[in-house]
Design a protein around this ligand. Structure first.
Ligand SMILES: C[S@@+](CC[C@H](N)C(=O)[O-])C[C@H]1O[C@@H](n2cnc3c(N)ncnc32)[C@H](O)[C@@H]1O
Length: 109
């Protein structure tokens, strides 16, 4: 499952946020065994928001996901896999010379 350039929340505790713990629990339910989900964004604060919402699902014996990034303590990286591809918004931003990206990937446990 891929979430490319999700709209960042207008403010951190907004009730209109898309990427919440509840959504990640739903993603866990629909992913196949060993399935992955990926978030690509140009917005570093969004990475911290995602990781904060993911935290209950990444911790302890009942963890539901594990970061797929190796040797990456932050659980996000600016190194995007070569074969990742592109999207409408990616091309729009690249054409506007906005090229920094942040990548997160999680395995279903
Ligand atoms: C920056 S665009 C990226 C579009 C596309 N993923 C791409 O990479 O080209 C953000 C998208 O998120 C959608 N969006 C915003 N809030 C949403 C929500 N609560 N639920 C579903 N989609 C939402 C918007 O309609 C918009 O299409």
């Amino acid at each position: 499952m891929f979430v490319n350039f999700p709209e960042p929340p207008v403010w951190q505790q907004s009730s209109f946020r898309l990427l919440t713990t509840g959504l990640f629990e739903d993603i866990h339910k629909v992913l196949q065994a060993k399935g992955q989900f990926t978030v690509l964004t140009d917005n570093e604060p969004l990475c911290h928001s995602v990781l904060s919402e993911m935290a209950p699902l990444l911790e302890g014996d009942a963890a539901k996901f594990k970061s797929a990034l190796k040797n990456c303590d932050d659980n996000f990286t600016t190194r995007i896999p070569d074969a990742y591809g592109t999207s409408y918004f990616d091309r729009l931003w690249t054409n506007g010379d906005r090229k920094k990206r942040y990548f997160m990937q999680f395995h279903k446990l």
